[in-house]
Design a binder for this molecule. Sequence first.
Ligand SMILES: O=C1O[C@H](COP(=O)(O)O)[C@@H](O)[C@H](O)[C@H]1O
Length: 268
Amino acid sequence: MALTWTHKDREEIRVHESLEELSIDLVDYIAEISEASIKEHGAFCIVLSGGSLISLMGKLIEPPYDKIVDWAKWYVFWADERVVAKSHDDSNYKLAKDNLLSKVNVFPRHICSINDTVSAEEAATEYEFAIRQMVRTRTVTASDNSDCPKFDLILLGMGSDGHIASLFPNHPALEVKDDWVTFLTNSPKPPPERITFTLPVINSAANVAIVATGESKANAIHLAIDGSTLPESSLSLPAKLVHPSDGNLVWFMDKPAGSQLDRLNFSE
Ligand SMILES: O=C1O[C@H](COP(=O)(O)O)[C@@H](O)[C@H](O)[C@H]1O
């Protein structure tokens, strides 16, 4: 059974016994938000990341989710993308397409991926422009509190250094406030050229989930959840800067990833 608690206002932590249990909870959570968003505004605007997240979403292509999810109403975006060809093994688009999107009935025109034939800077500009058009046509909801889109759900992985999307510790991209999408050509994790949503966009979402598994993430999770709230310590741990201003945050983790949390070590 998962251990679940409310950490702060609108912030929940779920520590799962196994990856199997985590995967089931994660897809239930996605299916619920999909249904609620479609009821509310006729579409579900979901933002994916790369990495281990995609395999944890694998149950979406199995019964009952493959049938109960209204795939035709899904619009798919990426919180970050590596600037490589879409056929390249490093592509976050390819990862999601091969393992999820090609196996369900999402309309290809609803899959909003980057232009892989231009520079990182141009790809970021074009991606932001495409999202701005979708906010204008109201496919993507606009935030009431900021000049940002309000995605229904942003799914983030987290690296063992605490990076989320392609926002790495102490990287200038963390401080970009005026753009929705920015680019980097010096990512500390290969490949070096990437585009990424900025923090204002992530923090304007209706729902954000951070999904992290394995012991290598335990220290970053402990520092992000239990650590000091001083701004300088947060820049070295991007996951700590995720606080949706008007939305909900859920942390999904397995026991090894949660093993350094104060709650699991100091509670009676
Ligand atoms: O490079 C990236 O890494 C993170 C974390 O990946 P994981 O395999 O440790 O889960 C991922 O969320 C991000 O989208 C990706 O580009």
